[in-house]
Design a protein around this ligand. Structure first.
Ligand SMILES: [Zn+2]
Length: 136
């Protein structure tokens, strides 16, 4: 399903920034706009990410702030971040809390420039590790 549309900004007399990576979008560039929440996406991000990932990232950055690659990748620890988020959340049988932890962990991963498929690989590794007590 096509959820983004290609638009032209040549007629606009302003500099737009990509909602995903915050790169300036030049006048003669093509940009894409989400039909779901009107986020503007540069051609580079449109090429790098699936439309499903773009829509999810737009929601996460709108909800929690920041942008893709905002923070240094080498200072990010997936497991340490999960532990920090887990410690701030009281876990019970409420599955919405599990979803929130998952969304916050994905958001932090994106801020540090982890691609969604890298996030999924790290999550898969965590779930498959011996002694794992998380079901995200
Ligand atoms: Zn971008």
């Amino acid at each position: 399903m096509m959820t983004c549309q290609k638009i032209s900004i040549q007629a606009l007399n302003t500099t737009l920034k990509c909602t995903i990576c915050r790169t300036d979008i030049k006048d003669n560039s093509s940009v894409y706009q989400s039909k779901n929440n009107y986020g503007i996406i540069c051609g580079r991000c449109y090429q790098k990410f699936t439309e499903e990932d773009i829509e999810l990232m737009l929601i996460l950055f709108l909800t929690y702030g920041g942008y893709f690659g905002q923070l240094p990748k080498d200072q990010f620890s997936f497991f340490k971040t999960l532990k920090e988020i887990h410690n701030k959340t009281s876990i019970n049988d409420n599955s919405s809390q599990i979803v929130e932890i998952n969304m916050r962990l994905l958001h932090k991963s994106l801020l540090h420039g982890l691609y969604p498929e890298q996030y999924q690989a790290k999550l898969r590794k965590l779930i498959n590790s011996p002694g794992c007590s998380y079901v995200l």
